[in-house]
Design a binder for this molecule. Sequence first.
Ligand code: CUA
Length: 182
Amino acid sequence: MHMDRYERYWLIAVAITLAVFFSALVAGAVIYGVRLDDPTQIVNPAMVDQIGDFATLGPGVHVITREDGTTYKKIVILAQRWHFNAGGAELDENGKEIIHVTQGDEVQFVVASRDVTHGFLVQEHNINFELVPGQISSAKTIMNRPGQYAIVCHEYCGKEHQGMWMTIIVDPASESVSQNQE
Ligand code: CUA
């Protein structure tokens, strides 16, 4: 069978590329232990409000005390078309939720979707979830910079996707001290 020289080169190049990718896949699984998410955090999205932190604490900002007496803030949020439910304690003029933490707070976000896939991005912070229905997303960060930061849905989730956002305000540490003294 006649094969053009360049065609042969390309076939060899493609074969080498595929072999490299396949080796990387095998090496990742065998040597580095790369796995898909295990089902420990898999829940029924429609019933997620009856599970774990969503049931015991509910949406909102909660101060959690560890055994050694130190504290952190656990922020529990339910995502649902087209709204982030963070407890509803404070709303802005658009009806979007506002939550507060204090500068220097160690914060854990615990977030899940009740329906479809949503996004969860905290502006200017290293928190960025894809909220897959049936999974609980969680990550910790320290909020050191006072200011107002948007939390936006960045996965297209239907006709009001562009209006699915809320706000987290990091109050300056000194201000909260003076408030406590009043
Ligand atoms: Cu929720 Cu886009």
